[in-house]
Design a protein around this ligand. Structure first.
Ligand code: FMN
Length: 375
């Protein structure tokens, strides 16, 4: 795909290529503040046309994992300013992914060890999170049973998202992405198995989509539609989200509603069940018919898939996740056909320091791998 390396106008900004670094939680910020290491990590990857940061909680209540950098306090805004400055100095562009995990949290991460909140009181039976154990150590623990948000509290969470978006602007981000994918709070409202509400945020497709669309509208009002993206994972069953019959209609309804709002983009993520793709041409065609703006697709993306889908006019930008972990220079490697390094899954999350985070080298074409083993 030659167009993958062409620039692209996204709202008011120009991306220097069509490769997006997908949002990836790395859980390396001990005090919930983005650090000098965070800035260096994103700086190394700034040749991506667009970086979407790791999921960034908008409030203490929105946190589901230890060591994740938030965006609700002045201190956190200052931390992110060093990140956006480092990326912009390299000519890159960066959006902040605004996150509320809903029921996928543990009391040890919640204010006053309260129960996490959700659309209903349905726990994620298979849910584990990276939080504090009873003896204060950090490790994988079962999520805590949630309580439903009251109608008034839903409005308060919307205000928390607006606060996060305003903070992101202050921190110098080019825009924000609302994380409505992968089983977190927005998806807990979209899915009728987890949304058991009887107010106007539950019941019909329109009601279940209302929380997301009202949040989109309020965030647009605060920072402008060209600076707002939305991430969706249609048909995902990640984190104990059961399949439901109205899923296709729900996402096509969202496509048409979001299309009217003139956003920066919609970012689709395919969760790739064993044996193929969910977000194939059969889904992307009707989605494209409803949504006329920029579409990003992530999940097992390759240069060839990006080319084919772009040629069919089904996507505009291609997002890569894990390949960016091990290849800070992924753009140059793909452009030149250089080999890609394989990421070490053991160091995806947690820990402090550079290992598995800042120490993946750039490819050096002058260095020829020895072909004769040492005696
Ligand atoms: C370590 C890791 C952390 C992730 N964290 C997030 C996250 O914070 N927000 C999100 O929307 N997706 C997250 N994802 C999903 C990725 O954005 C991406 O959709 C997924 O890895 C599929 O793309 P890939 O096949 O190119 O890796 C994460 C994935 C990985 C591997």
């Amino acid at each position: 795909m030659t167009r993958l390396f062409d620039n692209y106008r996204l709202g008011d900004i120009v991306l220097r290529n069509r490769m997006v670094m997908a949002p990836m939680t790395r859980a390396r910020c001990v005090d919930t503040v983005a650090s000098a290491d965070t800035a260096e990590y994103y700086r190394q990857r700034a040749t991506a046309g667009l970086i979407v940061t790791e999921g960034t909680p908008i409030s203490p209540e929105g946190q589901g994992y230890a060591y994740v950098p938030g965006i609700w306090s002045k201190e956190q805004v200052a931390g992110w300013q060093t990140v956006t400055g480092a990326v912009h100095n390299e000519g890159g562009r960066i959006f902040s992914q605004l996150w509320h995990v809903g029921r996928l949290s543990h009391a040890s991460l919640q204010p006053e060890r309260q129960r996490p909140v959700s659309a209903g009181a349905v726990p994620a039976h298979e849910g584990k999170t990276f939080a504090f154990t009873d003896d204060g150590a950090v490790g994988f623990v079962d999520v805590t049973e949630p309580r439903p948000l009251s109608t008034e509290e839903v409005r308060r969470v919307i205000r928390d998202f607006v606060h996060g978006a305003v903070n992101a602007s202050e921190a110098g981000f080019d825009g924000v992405e609302l994380h409505a994918a992968n089983g977190y709070l927005f998806e807990q409202f979209l899915n009728p198995s987890t949304n058991t509400r009887s107010d106007h945020y539950g019941g019909s497709i329109q009601n279940r989509a209302r929380f997301l669309l009202e949040t989109v509208d309020c965030v647009i009002e605060a920072v402008g539609s060209s600076r707002v993206g939305v991430r969706l994972s249609p048909f995902s069953e990640l984190f104990d989200m059961p399949a439901y019959t109205e899923a296709a209609d729900t996402y096509l309804y969202l496509a048409s509603e979001l299309s009217r709002r003139d956003l920066a983009y919609v970012h689709l993520v395919d969760q790739l069940p064993a044996g193929g793709r969910v977000l194939d041409v059969d889904f992307l065609k009707p989605f494209r018919a409803e949504y006329s703006g920029t579409i990003i697709l992530a999940g097992g993306m390759t240069r060839e898939l990006a080319r084919d889908l772009a040629e069919m006019d089904l996507i505009d930008l291609a997002a890569f996740g894990q390949p960016f972990i091990a290849n800070p220079d992924l753009v140059e490697r793909m452009q030149n056909g250089w080999p890609q390094a394989t990421p070490d899954r053991n160091s995806y999350y947690g820990g402090v320091g550079a290992e598995g985070y800042l120490d993946y080298p750039r490819f050096d074409p002058a260095y020829v791998q020895p072909t004769v083993p040492c005696a």
